[in-house]
Design a protein around this ligand. Sequence first.
Ligand SMILES: NC(=O)c1ccc[n+]([C@@H]2O[C@H](COP(=O)([O-])OP(=O)(O)OC[C@H]3O[C@@H](n4cnc5c(N)ncnc54)[C@H](O)[C@@H]3O)[C@@H](O)[C@H]2O)c1
Length: 316
Amino acid sequence: MKIIVTGGAGFIASHIVDKYVSLGHKVIVIDDLSTGFKKNVNKKAKFYKADIRNIQVIEKIFKKERPNVVNHHAAIAEVVKSLKNPAPTMDVNVLGTVNVLINFSKYGAPTGRKKLIFSSSGATYGGPKKIPADENTPIAPLSPYGLSKYLGEICIQFYAKNYGFDYLIFRYANIYGERQNPKGEAGVISIFTGLIKENKQPTIFGDGTKARDYVYIQDIVRANVLGLKNGKNEIINLGSSKKTTDQMIFDNIARSMNYKEKPIYAPFRKGETHKIALTGGKAKKIIGWQSKTKLSQGIQKTVKYIVFGNENSNKN
Ligand SMILES: NC(=O)c1ccc[n+]([C@@H]2O[C@H](COP(=O)([O-])OP(=O)(O)OC[C@H]3O[C@@H](n4cnc5c(N)ncnc54)[C@H](O)[C@@H]3O)[C@@H](O)[C@H]2O)c1
């Protein structure tokens, strides 16, 4: 199949590109390299350095490539950034998404089934009362980022219904693993590991009880492969149902890196929920997916990658 992957130079989608290429698909990456890296882009994929908001350029790419599938991961994926300066997040994540949708509607593959896979987020639920949150949890984002992801979902549903393609929306839990940027704002596992590697004390925002549901990157890759065939017009959580606190993450990494210092504790940050985990039951039923990687194993691989820069540690 011919697959356009937006954001394919970034953490999550670069792994999806690797897998799609290895399965023999023809993969085209669109990424503006704002937070992604050219070195992440698989050599066998065709690469366009382009901004998904660029009306003329994106039209030209779609008109030429005519994909069967669009796997849409390009986004500004940072909660705190979206709170400080919401306009760029809304612009890229909503209007950029609409630009991709308009062009997929016009210039999808001329024959056969067409499908769009989207990386939404558990941030759409905000701070749900019932944990783990299932897909019927009320939408109540706490940040412009969470809102932008929800608006993206609505735009996808509109274009899919009215312009003849299928969609599969994944609401991801917290994804971690190789290539997550330790210098970024998101991804506490990479951030703590990167700081400890530089002998700097990591900061925990809050008292350590803030909890998230961590899913390893190769599990997410597997969902994006299963999603090529399975799941028609569905919204599906990709979670493990388990909560892990910041303190547990810190202790686990500190142990594996033989780090003896304590973390710094700073005030909780606005816009971040205190506790969340997402269900995986619908994913199992609809696409045959489950989060399989144990957190301790995933952390070990991530630490190894950050400390030794070992690309081979991400080959599953
Ligand atoms: N990491 C997580 O835990 C998580 C959780 C839920 C959802 N998601 C979603 O998954 C996707 C990928 O996230 P990630 O963690 O890999 O982040 P990332 O920043 O590594 O990847 C995003 C990619 O999009 C590219 N990009 C940004 N703006 C662009 C634009 N205007 N035009 C073209 N490319 C652009 C960046 O250069 C980058 O390569 C995002 O849509 C994010 O919202 C991530």
